[in-house]
Design a protein around this ligand. Structure first.
Ligand code: SF4
Length: 451
């Protein structure tokens, strides 16, 4: 067996090294001051790697300046250029960044161009000794892959393998792979399939784990913990990002907790009784006494999420104390509902897909997302996406039924599936338009919520 490790700046990922925790700036990269300040804050908060959106050459120049200022200020956290839709920008970014993330689904439309440009990118990365992340996303698979495999976990794994093989043909192994989805089942299955093929070939590349567009608050944390914990518990994964529609600094304690939990975990949890083992209902009871509610939800999600996700149990029965004081039954019940939904076992509210926002977001995504959630909370059985930009948003929102997608300053497009139904709606009217569309579709039986 051969375990590959890669080096971004001074940080080593893979080959049994401790899990690396990373995040991404949500500032416009060209706002050098704001991005520099956010990188400093994120480094101090524990980010071991920071990614910045790099959509054009202006952003490449800004990234160079941000890096130089960080170095002068004594911060050497590696910076990753996140590039979509332009292989030329990826080539330019590789000259300045510590690592480049590309998305095979949008690197270059023509396969021959993609291959040639990837070869050029590898040449630069070899010369500069920097790695590449092959970042496959469920919502933005290439046409060829969709035709052959559909937008399935297998399609995601195959998309990655195609690019791994291209890298191997160029004698380049400094690659990290991610296969993200906002659906925890799709995401875990995709990584498992890829890992299986690593086992067959005997070569393991480092894996970057994350549940993309996980949303915010407790549901975002629980969904991320379920997906990431399921894989870390199987020994799959080398670096993680918890992707929240919040200040990116909030992602770091969650990611660090999950990474540490798997590093230090000796027993997963204390059973106080095992429920019926019958086919119909397999319920596990457990008791927790945690220091804080936030610690409890992460621990319990790491413990039970994998079992629920893999249909090994059906439900949980929890006895919870926080700092030796019993938690309220309603809080415990709310957590249980969240965990069952994150594990895709029981849906008690709409399923939200919300990107974390980045330099492309031109409105207050956190506030808008909260407002969308407030006004659509009755729409159980619907998948509703809130995405920061029209460039990546529609592609990335995967299996959303409806989407609220930023289209510029104070303008929003409303989507049904992947089709924009209302374009450039003023932001103040956009949620009304979204609800109007859902209502019309419901009345005309165009869309029926899932049970
Ligand atoms: S969808 Fe969201 S995170 Fe992705 S590029 Fe657009 S604004 Fe950034």
């Amino acid at each position: 067996m051969k375990y590959i490790s890669v080096k971004a700046g001074d940080v080593i990922i893979g080959n049994g090294r401790p899990i690396v925790v990373q995040t991404m700036c949500n500032t416009p990269t060209c706002d050098i001051e704001a991005s520099f300040n956010q990188c400093v804050r994120l480094s101090k908060a524990g980010a071991q790697i920071i990614r910045l959106t790099t959509q054009g050459i202006k952003e490449v120049d800004a990234l160079k300046e941000i890096k130089s200022r960080l170095t002068k200020a004594g911060f050497n956290t590696p910076l990753v250029a996140d590039v979509h839709f332009s292989s030329e920008v990826a080539l330019a970014a590789a000259e300045v960044a510590d690592k480049v993330r590309i998305n095979p689904g949008n690197f270059a439309k023509d396969p021959a161009v993609a291959r040639a440009q990837f070869g050029r990118l590898i040449d630069i990365c070899k010369r500069r000794k920097i790695p590449i992340r092959i970042g496959v996303n469920h919502g933005s698979l290439g046409e060829k892959i969709i035709e052959k495999y559909g937008d399935t976990p297998l399609g995601m794994a195959e998309a990655a393998l195609e690019w791994i093989n291209m890298a191997m043909e160029c004698d380049f192994n400094q690659i990290v792979i991610s296969l993200k989805s906002s659906n925890t089942r799709v995401m875990t299955n995709a990584y498992r399939l890829l890992y299986e093929s690593f086992t067959k070939s005997g070569v393991y590349f480092p894996l970057h784990l994350g549940v993309t567009e996980a949303g915010n608050g407790e549901s975002g944390r629980i969904k991320s913990a379920v997906g990431i914990a399921t894989l870390l518990g199987e020994g799959i994964g080398d670096t993680i990002r918890v992707s929240l529609t919040e200040d990116p600094a909030n992602e770091l304690p969650v990611a660090s907790f999950i990474a540490d939990y798997f590093r230090n975990r000796t027993t997963s949890f204390e059973y106080i009784s095992e429920g019926s083992n019958s086919e119909e209902s397999r319920i596990i009871s457990a008791s927790y006494n945690s220091k804080s509610w936030s610690e409890f939800i992460l621990k319990a999600s790491c413990d039970f999420g994998p079992l629920l996700l893999d249909n090994k149990i059906d439900d949980i029965n929890l006895n919870v104390s926080i700092d030796n004081k019993p938690a309220s039954p309603s809080e415990i019940s709310r957590f249980r509902d969240e965990l069952l939904q994150a594990s895709r076992r029981k849906f008690t509210k709409p399923e939200y897909i919300a990107c974390p926002g980045c330099g492309r977001t031109l409105f207050n995504l956190e506030e808008v997302f909260e407002e969308v959630k407030r006004r659509t909370s009755h729409l159980k059985g619907y998948n509703i996406a809130v995405m920061g930009c029209v460039v990546n948003g529609p592609g990335e929102m995967a299996d959303a039924d409806y989407g609220y997608v930023g289209e510029g300053r104070n303008k929003v497009s409303i989507y049904r599936g992947k089709t924009a139904i209302f374009r450039a709606v003023p932001q103040e009217d956009a949620i009304d338009k979204l609800l109007e569309l859902i209502e019309e579709d419901r009345n005309s039986n165009l869309f029926k919520p899932r049970n």
